[in-house]
Ligand binder design. Structure first.
Ligand code: PXG
Length: 460
């Protein structure tokens, strides 16, 4: 399918490999394999590659194409805005209509107390802005020692120097001599891996206590902020026990530590609510968002800024020396508005909350609970996870983390299904437009791939 003049995959690989250094890639392995799979077009929840395969995209791109592919409303909004005003900046006391309209809409949608928006282009930039703004805020308050950020293991907050420092991914740290000073990490609320003999609720309490212990160890006067994703995405769809968030939020308040909820994956309907913060009743001081804000059609991120911070900036005055050429890009803002309008018009959030989300969870449980290779399944909204384990009774992992997950991912790929392997956890985050029948198709392919993996390991 596609353009018949387009080069076949082998030609693309030859042209592509010598010049393009793709992200998060083992470049030697890629060169040996002869290049990348080339995706040429997409519609609904499916991609087509240059060899004509139709691939089910169980990851919505990279957790971002919430309204699915091929939505004319978004393309039309971009086209109209490009003709009207393709670019103007928001520096020097100027603004553009879509940016102002989007700011107002985001304030309406997000939890209370978040009444101002700072725009950037990626989740990483939004999180860099968190670091800059939090330090500026505490300096304005005269709390010059409040500098340290607390985050969690397996957290992913992005790939710039500051965002990697916030993240809790040790291989990323090791490669770049990071984290920077002033960034520390505590245990993730990951009962399956770290909960031992505790019940999930007891473990959630312990993981929250770890935040308080670290604050006391550092001295609250030195701690600027705590950051966490409501549900950790790239870390393996880590769903915290219900006891975790209320306690963490209370701890932050008690010690006057700013609370940052990273909504880059959880935002815009992924959990069956507008934001993961709505699901857990969180009222963050800062809320970075990206991905689903435009369903990935164009890059945009936004940092919601709480009143105590915004009002301090306004009362104290003095320039905040921070921003990007494309902070508040009018085309991105127009696409975000069209995207939000589509989510509202089609009732996608309610559909995920009441129909497809519960259905995904039910089917995961029905299909995989008794599978010899599966230790646990998790699902909230359209975030799903399947733990592949060596010994399901004892919750024991395979000796070499990631090997079995990688093998299973390859079996999925061969069946034209994209889901991710995070270590040995298979994770999925399909477009919010996915139907029940398509969930059956996705899980049917995943089931075949997991069976094939089990057979490879002699477990079936
Ligand atoms: N915060 C969270 C919670 C994220 O998931 C970022 C910030 C950074 O966003 P940008 O736009 O700078 O990438 C992310 C990004 C994966 C994967 O394979 C996940 C992300 C990005 C790329 C790959 O799971 N999350």
């Amino acid at each position: 399918m596609g353009n018949s003049n387009a080069p076949r995959n082998a030609d693309w690989a030859r042209v592509h490999t010598p010049h393009h250094l793709p992200p998060f890639t083992d470049h030697k392995a890629l060169a040996e394999e002869g290049g990348s799979r080339v995706i040429e077009r997409a519609e609904d929840i499916y991609l087509w590659d240059s060899e004509g395969h139709r691939i089910l995209d169980g990851m919505a791109g990279l957790w971002c194409v919430n309204v699915g592919y091929g939505r004319r409303e978004l393309a039309d909004a971009a086209h109209r805005q490009m003709l009207q005003l393709p670019y103007y900046n928001t520096f020097f006391k100027t603004a553009t209509p879509p940016v102002m309209e989007l700011a107002e809409k985001l304030v309406e949608l997000t939890p209370k107390g978040l009444n101002r928006v700072f725009f950037a282009n990626s989740g990483s930039e939004a999180n860099d802005t968190v670091v800059r703004l939090v330090r500026h805020y505490w300096n304005l308050k005269g709390a010059h020692r409040k500098k340290t950020f607390i985050s969690r293991n397996y957290a992913y907050h992005g790939s710039t120097v500051a965002a990697v420092s916030l993240s809790g991914m040790s291989p990323m740290h090791e490669q770049a001599d990071l984290p920077l000073p002033g960034f520390v990490h505590v245990v993730a609320p990951y009962w399956y891996d770290f909960g031992g003999d505790l019940s999930p609720e007891e473990f959630g309490h312990c993981a929250a206590q770890a935040v308080e212990e670290r604050i006391l160890e550092l001295g609250a006067d030195n701690v600027a902020a705590f950051i966490g994703e409501p549900i950790q995405g790239a870390g393996g769809v880590i769903v915290p026990p219900d006891s975790y968030w209320p306690e963490v939020q209370a701890i932050c308040r008690r010690h006057d530590v700013l609370f940052v909820a990273d909504e880059v994956i959880c935002g815009f309907g992924r959990t069956g609510h507008w934001f993961g913060s709505d699901l857990y009743g969180l009222e963050p001081d800062l809320m970075p968002m990206a991905k689903g804000i435009t369903s990935g059609y164009v890059p945009l991120s936004a940092l919601m800024v709480g009143d105590r911070i915004a009002e301090t900036l306004i009362e104290e005055g003095g320039e905040f020396y921070h921003g990007f050429t494309y902070s508040g890009h009018p085309v991105a803002a127009a696409v975000a508005l069209a995207n939000i309008a589509l989510i509202e018009k089609e009732g996608l959030i309610e559909r995920v909350r009441d129909d497809t989300g519960p259905y995904l969870r039910q089917r995961l449980v029905e299909i995989f609970t008794d599978h010899p290779l599966v230790g646990e399944v998790r699902a909230v909204g359209l975030l799903g996870a399947i733990e592949l384990v060596d010994d399901k009774e004892r919750r024991r992992r395979f000796p070499k983390y990631g090997e079995v997950g990688g093998r299973c991912r390859d079996h999925c790929f061969r069946r034209d299904l994209i889901i991710r392997a995070v270590r040995d956890t298979m994770v999925m985050a399909p477009p919010l437009t996915i139907t029940r029948a398509q969930i059956d198709e996705l899980l049917g392919l995943a089931h075949e791939a997991i069976d094939a993996t089990a057979r490879d390991l002699g477990k079936m």
